[in-house]
Design a protein around this ligand. Structure first.
Ligand SMILES: Nc1nc2c(ncn2[C@@H]2O[C@H](COP(=O)(O)OP(=O)(O)OP(=O)(O)O)[C@@H](O)[C@H]2O)c(=O)[nH]1
Ligand SMILES: [Mg+2]
Ligand SMILES: [Zn+2]
Length: 307
């Protein structure tokens, strides 16, 4: 066996892993001994750095890639596995992610502040930079623009863009160079459309939002990494269920950035900021320093077993 090659997994589907070594994209299968390790997390996903070897194909002639080793992850964008039994398994959507672009549409489908807050909690918990993208600005809804503006006040970058008209696309493309980013958000928000607008040669499939009633109407089904504007960008399927994986209750408050300045000030060290006396967070809500909407998101996530 020759020297091992190293690369980034750009597609993981049906037991195959496509690995970009910088010189070529090589389709690999996983070495058997890797597969049999029992784990609570996904073994190999897009964004993973891996080592692979080239072995002669069974028919002779060509070489086939064998995935030998998955290197430790710097970060993960993950959630609890959706569905029954999910609390026991982590669903890693992208490994080694630097930046999460949370895409919502104006009007169709409507924005969803609670889901937005869940994305932000997952980004904060995993120390991934979060950027908000309001797509379909050609169908602007003023109240929804005001909603996004409140997140800009919290310090999150916000882009107003339209995949349809091209508005804001150049400014958006400036944030990808040299890093791994992912577009996430509800189905129909226009994630694939945005990637096509950033690079028309990608030719990703987009679907009409009217086709999406009920379950399983996602146009994008498999997450994949693309080279866009000097970096890697993942297109991911739309997300409806988003429980954070491995987020202890006492760490939830830190994931709401505007609560941080108040966290040392509660009377009780283990204050959950619900009904405890002398709670500095509740006082901040009363004074308007923390919005009641965001506080409500905090309470819901705290009490929600699906956290
Ligand atoms: N008016 C308008 N429509 C848009 C815009 N961007 C996307 N769309 C439309 O929105 C619909 C959904 O777009 P997709 O790109 O498939 O959405 P997605 O977020 O990738 O959806 P999933 O793959 O299911 O998660 C399509 O009909 C697009 O043509 C935009 O900026 N303006
Ligand atoms: Mg899509
Ligand atoms: Zn408190």
């Amino acid at each position: 066996m020759g020297a091992l090659l190293e690369g980034t997994v750009v597609l993981a589907t049906g037991g195959f892993f496509d690995v970009d070594t910088g010189e070529a994209v090589i389709r690999t299968r996983m070495r058997g001994r890797l597969k049999h390790r029992k784990r609570k997390t996904d073994l190999c996903v897009i964004g993973d750095r891996v080592r692979l070897s080239l072995v002669p194909d069974e028919e002779g002639g060509d070489f086939a890639g064998v995935l030998e080793e998955v290197l430790p992850r710097r970060t993960v964008f993950s959630r609890r596995h959706p569905g029954p039994g999910g609390r026991f398994k982590e669903d890693v959507l992208v490994a080694n992610l630097d930046q999460l672009l949370i895409v919502f549409a104006f009007r169709d489908p409507p924005m969803h502040a609670r889901l937005l807050d869940r994305f932000l909690v997952i980004a904060e918990h995993n120390r991934i930079e979060a950027t908000l993208v309001g797509n379909k600005v050609d169908q602007l809804v003023p109240e929804q623009k005001a909603l996004l503006a409140r997140y800009a006040d919290l310090g999150y970058p916000v882009h107003y863009v339209s995949a349809a008209t091209g508005e804001g696309i150049d400014a958006l493309s400036a944030c990808f160079a040299g890093r791994i980013s992912a577009l996430t958000g509800p189905s129909g928000a226009g994630k694939s459309s945005l990637l096509n607008a950033l690079d028309p040669s990608l030719g990703l499939r987009v679907g009409a939002t009217s086709d999406r009633h009920g379950k399983g109407r996602h146009t994008t089904r498999v997450a994949s990494l693309h080279r866009v504007a000097g970096g890697y960008v993942a297109d991911t399927p739309g997300i409806r269920e988003l429980g954070a994986w491995n987020l202890p209750e006492e760490e939830l408050d830190r994931c709401f950035v505007e609560m941080r300045p108040f966290l040392g000030g509660c009377t009780f060290r283990d204050c959950r900021h619900l009904h405890e006396p002398g709670c500095a967070v509740k006082a901040a809500v009363d004074q308007g320093a923390v919005s009641s909407e965001r506080y409500e998101s905090y309470v819901r996530m705290l009490l929600d077993d699906e956290r």
